[in-house]
Write a protein that binds this ligand. Structure first.
Ligand code: E4P
Ligand code: PEP
Length: 354
């Protein structure tokens, strides 16, 4: 007997490895946005667009856990951030990272959407439902949300809740992801490649701004030919790579020069974590303040920063007894460090936004 291919497997409705689940339309109806929240999310997207277009000089700050694994801790973080946002919102546009999909270098836990019980059972029906539920609760608090769009089908369950999307360093070069961005209705940051390559992100930006014909599904799960409109609200995110950082003034200037040469008149966002911090979470503070310094020195095309931050600093290995509010993926700043940093950034920015 020959081993079935993926194609022959998905052709069989009796295969126990192929388990139908609720469609995006069903889940969106069950966990629906109110009109008020929908309108607020559209306004939040517009505020981010205004920063991209240079019409709003606030600094965009995308901050939150590397991944959400415990909904109660994510809501706790969201409440703290919301309170801070009320005090700092005149100079910072604060957006919370609500990441439920993790791209892995090889293998590892792939996020709440894929394995909500964190035991390898991979119950995606529950994972998608729990992901939407926690994001909905965060959006209802009033926070704009950011996420990484990894699997285009997963994004179909969540897109209406998101104000800013990232395409990660491992997928910026993928045509499928570029087509997905071309179809998304919110500002989207494209990260430089894990090798540090800027051209990967610039090419992605050019591709995602265009319309594409591609294959997809509609919200009822029906296979469909799609014509994407093109996403004008894209920009690049500098995250370092290949042992090199790219957050400093010279690297940012070089990135801006490459953007100009590619006829892309848009600012850049600096990811203070990942290869820029060499995965040493405390370095994020100095990097973020360096970026603020560049802003104060006159570079008004730096859009903002991304921070990986949670309640307790660092990270921990997966176990049955997890420390509350601590990352199980990349190490994060703790809440106290995050609050002190955001207050310091806010204070320094008074020089240009009294
Ligand atoms: O932000 C998260 C990680 O850097 C990314 O998911 C890769 O993680 P890994 O190298 O531990 O798999
Ligand atoms: C995976 C992430 O980043 P990167 O794609 O830059 O590694 C992330 O921000 O969670």
């Amino acid at each position: 007997m020959t081993t079935p291919t993926l194609t022959s497997r998905s052709a069989s409705s009796n295969d126990p490895a192929v388990r139908p689940i609720a469609t995006p339309a069903m889940l969106k109806a069950r966990l629906a946005l109110s009109d008020d929240v929908r309108i607020r999310i559209e306004q939040q997207r517009q505020q981010i667009r205004n920063i991209l277009n240079g019409e709003d000089s606030r600094l965009l700050v995308i901050t939150g856990p590397c991944s959400i694994h415990d909904e109660a801790a994510a809501l706790d973080y969201g409440q703290r951030l919301m309170a801070l946002n009320e005090q700092l919102g005149d100079r910072l546009l604060i957006v919370m990272r609500a990441y439920v999909e993790k791209p892995r270098t090889h293998i590892g836990w792939k996020g709440l959407a894929y394995d909500p019980e964190r035991d390898g059972s991979g119950d995606m029906q529950a994972g998608l439902e729990r992901s939407r539920k926690v994001m909905l609760a965060l959006a209802e608090m009033g926070l704009p949300l950011a996420t990484e769009a990894l699997n285009p089908l997963v994004m179909m369950y969540l897109d209406d809740l998101i104000s800013w999307t990232a395409i990660g360093a491992r997928t910026t070069e993928s045509q499928i992801h570029r087509e997905m961005v071309s179809h998304l209705g919110m500002p989207t940051g494209l990260k430089n490649g894990t090798d540090g390559s800027m051209m990967t992100a610039i090419n992605a930006m050019v591709a995602a701004r265009h319309s594409h014909h591609t294959l997809g599904v509609d919200c009822h799960g029906q296979m469909a030919m799609l014509t994407t409109p093109g996403n004008p609200d894209t920009h690049i995110v500098l995250r370092g790579g290949n042992g090199m950082t790219n957050y400093d003034a010279a690297s940012v200037a070089a990135a801006q020069q490459q953007l100009q040469e590619a006829d892309c008149n848009v600012g850049v966002l600096v990811d203070c974590s990942h290869a820029n911090a060499c995965k040493q979470h405390r370095r994020q503070t100095a990097i973020a303040l360096d970026v603020v310094g560049q802003r104060l020195a006159g570079n008004d095309r730096i859009l903002g920063v991304m921070l990986e931050s949670f309640i307790n600093e660092g990270n921990q290995k997966m176990s049955a007894n997890l420390v509350y509010g601590q990352s199980i993926t990349d190490p994060c700043l703790g809440w106290d460090q995050t609050e002190a940093l955001l207050r310091e950034m806010h204070q320094q920015l008074a020089e240009i936004r009294p």
